[in-house]
Design a protein around this ligand. Structure first.
Ligand SMILES: [Zn+2]
Ligand SMILES: [Zn+2]
Length: 275
């Protein structure tokens, strides 16, 4: 018996499409508990998309899409639209990197058009598109994405491929657009700013001197055309108690006023990188 919630994500013939509307999220969750692997796949996909919360119901549909590249012909696409308690929709597309998944559920194709390298120009270009969409459509209430915020006491001017980054001391009331980095330091505290290295940092440094995660954050900021970056280890004088106390008290505002935060969630130390 096929699952009555998800129909096992199968269609009779390749030209058919799947259309399942207004599935209660609690119904999907019950089906997962009863052992439906396709429902589990859908639920995992929704849950791994972190900011989806308070979901009431969802639609599952499939379609046949033309590849942008003509020679690749057509591909199947599985779309899940979730609705939350506020009535807001989130559209998710499902792809796999595992041929066994695609073999079992042909509606979930291999994402051959999506690079597996998140540092690739294509992925960074996509990130810039998402960020532009956020700036233009989400407004202050939804995302608080400030393109002109009060700058923290110090920021790193990331520069571009032909210039060196340097530490900039903001003028009182200076505004701008900046990104923040949220990461785990790990054991190594190699390249930081101290009272004695402060003036040196302001004259600039090589991007290669930075720990890998900070190095990658500079590259991402450049790719997203964000001129300023705030990293605690470089923007707070690490051996100054008064500076630490002052900046720690402001940290909430620093993160909140950033255009975007790069979160190195899968990176156990500052040497493991952002990608
Ligand atoms: Zn199911
Ligand atoms: Zn947004």
């Amino acid at each position: 018996m096929p699952c009555r919630i998800c129909h096992d994500l199968t269609v009779e013939s390749p030209s058919d499409v799947l259309r399942l509307d207004n599935i209660l999220f609690t119904g999907l969750q019950s089906s997962v508990l009863l052992g439906c692997q396709a429902c589990f796949l859908i639920e995992s996909g929704i849950n791994s998309f972190k900011h989806v919360a308070n979901i009431v119901d969802l639609d599952i549909s499939s379609s046949v899409e033309r590849h942008q590249e003509e020679r690749l012909g057509e591909r199947l696409l599985l779309r899940v639209t979730t609705r939350d308690i506020n009535g807001d929709d989130t559209n998710l597309e499902f792809y796999s990197t595992d041929v066994r998944i695609t073999h079992r559920w042909p509606l979930i194709p291999i994402a051959s058009h999506i690079s597996t390298d998140s540092s690739s120009p294509g992925c960074l270009h996509q990130a810039r598109k998402w960020l532009d969409h956020c700036i233009q459509n989400h407004g202050l209430q939804l995302c608080r994405s400030g393109t002109r915020s009060k700058l923290p006491t110090r920021v790193i001017k990331v520069g571009d491929a032909s210039t060196r980054p340097y530490l900039h001391e903001s003028a009182p009331g200076e505004t701008g657009c900046y990104a923040t980095l949220s990461y785990c330091w790990g054991a190594a505290r190699t390249f930081i700013t101290t009272i004695s290295s402060y003036s040196q940092r302001k004259t600039g440094f090589s991007i290669e001197e930075l720990p890998k995660t900070c190095h990658d954050a500079v590259l991402v900021a450049r790719a997203l055309s964000i001129p300023n970056l705030w990293i605690d280890s470089l923007c707070i004088l690490q051996d100054s108690t008064p500076d630490w106390e002052f900046e720690a008290a402001n940290m909430c505002d620093i993160y909140e006023n950033a255009l975007v935060t790069f979160a190195a969630v899968d990176s156990p130390s500052s040497d493991s990188g952002l990608f």
